[in-house]
Structure formats: C-alpha cells, structure tokens
Design a protein around this ligand. Structure first.
Ligand code: PEP
Ligand code: MN
Length: 287
C-alpha cells in the first residue's frame, strides 16, 4: 500500500491529462512521443532534428543542456547557450521542448525556454529540488531513480504535487540490476503498476533503459503495448558522433521508422500515434 494522497488513483477511470503546450498533451488517447539528442550540441544539430522529427511525427523535442555526467571531466552540457538553441527551435517550429533541470537555481532560466522540465534519475530524491518544482509553473517529467522502488518514485511525485504543481509525468527509464549486458533493466511491470496506482501519465525511456540502439525499438513497442502514455527516445543526426550516450542513440531515419512501427501496437491497445504538424503550420512562427 503506497501512502500517496495526491498521486493515488481514486477510481479506475481517474486519469490526469498533462498539457505540455496548447496542442500537445500526455495521458489521453494519443501517445506523447518525445525525441532528440541526449545533449544539445549546436543549432544546426537541433534544426535537423526538429525538421526530421516533426514529420515522424514526434510531439516534443528533448535535448540536455545541463548534463548529469558520471565523470566531472566529461562534457557538462552547453548551459545557457544550449537553452537559447532550444528556445530557437521551439519558436521557429512551434514544437514543445523538454530539458533537464539539475538545481533550484536553474529553474527560472530553464522554465523560460522549455515547455517541460525534466528531473533526471540522479535527482529523483533531491527533495528540495522537487519542492521548488512545485512552484515552477511548468509540467515536470520525473524520471525514476536508478535504484528507486515504485513507492519511492510515487512519493517523489507526491513532493511536486503537494508543493503546488499538478502536472507531473512519470518516466520509467530502467533500474540497476546484476546484468550489465543492458545498461539497466526496463521495468515494464512498473509501468503497468503505476498506471493502476496513480492517475499520472506514465511514459517510458527505452534508450537509457537498454543503452544499445538495436534494443530501443522493440522495447519502445513493448512499452506502448503495456499501456505507457508515451515515449522519450534519444536520436541524433550522426549517432556515433553524439557527445554523450552515443551507443544508444538512434539515427533520425531509424527514429522515424520506429514511430511508424508503433502505429499497429498503439491501435491494439486503443491508443493512437499523432498525426503530426503540417509543414505550413509548423513554420508559421518563423520571422
Ligand atoms: C537523460 O535523459 O539524458 C538522462 C540523463 O536520463 P536519466 O536521468 O534517466 O539517466
Ligand atoms: Mn542520455
């Protein structure tokens, strides 16, 4: 029994729909598919990503600018310059963007440029950050901690909800186990369980779960089959050259194929893959 007051489902049809932007939501019939590189590297990179993925279609772009790297000597992300790149593609293409916030001090700046703020696995129990995100005024994508129980995960969401933000999306991204053949173990039972015990949308990150690009597509389809409300997937114009998480990055072409392959799986569980934005409408905001 999980002691959540605000995250708990009160009846079988209790389901929160989180608005990411005016036209993009998560938790309804349509899946939320988020794609993009692990790390924002340049304007050119994000332009190609946006142009290709809008036609896939994906509904939102990802790209880290504050990166939680295992080594302090590894590239730590572009920071403010990266946020400007994200803000640029967001306004030129009208597509919402998602990026990670690692500390309380980053919240105001990130909230100006992004439509949804990501809490990374390593920060899932950074309670001061969670409390501050209760006041961020933007939806939060909360990733499951590397070794967090389902209860700890739900209670982390409860921190954000109880501090004033009702817009929380949970993200299963794999948990640590003994087998290092895959980077983590994708806990799809947790997805089904979370859908039963909470009303919050639940999405899956197969990229960080498996760590190998050839395993991403089958796990993405499995996630949709077991009831996930969406996916967040890493892809890159030149996957092998990705500055971080290169081994798990899909090419943009493979990302587009993957999105198409989700359609029959989605239909079999009563969900749909979005129709995407028409070129004419997504370019309206270009100056
Ligand atoms: C990421 O999304 O790039 C990331 C670092 O994910 P996680 O926090 O799940 O490891
Ligand atoms: Mn990554």
């Amino acid at each position: 029994m999980i002691n959540a007051k605000l995250a708990a489902k009160s009846h079988p049809h209790h389901q929160t729909i989180v608005n990411i932007s005016q036209s993009v939501v998560c938790g309804g019939t349509e899946l939320l598919i988020i794609g993009g590189p692990c790390t924002v590297e340049s304007t050119q990179q994000m332009e190609i990503v946006a142009q290709t993925l809008l036609k896939a279609p994906v509904q939102a772009l990802r790209g880290g600018v504050y990166k939680p790297r295992t080594s302090p000597y590894a590239f730590q992300g572009m920071g403010g310059d990266g946020l400007e790149i994200l803000a640029g593609v967001r306004s030129r293409y009208g597509i919402p963007v998602v990026t990670e916030v690692m500390s309380i001090s980053q919240i105001p700046l990130v909230a100006e440029s992004a439509d949804m703020l990501q809490v990374g696995s390593r920060n899932m129990q950074n309670f001061d950050l969670l409390k501050a995100l209760g006041q961020a005024g933007k939806p939060i994508l909360l990733k499951r901690g590397l070794a967090a129980t389902i209860e700890e995960f739900v209670m982390a969401a409860e921190y954000i909800l109880s501090h004033g933000n009702p817009d929380v999306i949970l993200c299963e991204r794999g948990i640590r186990s003994f087998d290092n053949y895959t980077r983590n173990v994708l806990d799809l039972a947790a997805v089904a369980a979370l859908k039963q015990i909470t009303h919050l949308p639940v999405i899956v990150d197969p990229s960080h779960a498996v760590g190998k690009r050839e395993l991403v597509a089958p796990m993405a389809r499995a996630a949709v089959a077991c009831g996930a409300d969406g996916l967040i997937i890493e892809c890159h114009p030149e996957p092998e050259k990705s500055v971080s998480d290169a081994r798990q990055a899909l090419s943009l072409e493979d990302m587009v194929s993957l999105v198409h392959s989700l359609k029959p799986v989605a239909a079999s569980v009563g969900r749909i893959v979005g129709a995407g934005l028409e070129p004419a409408s997504f370019c309206l905001s270009v100056a």
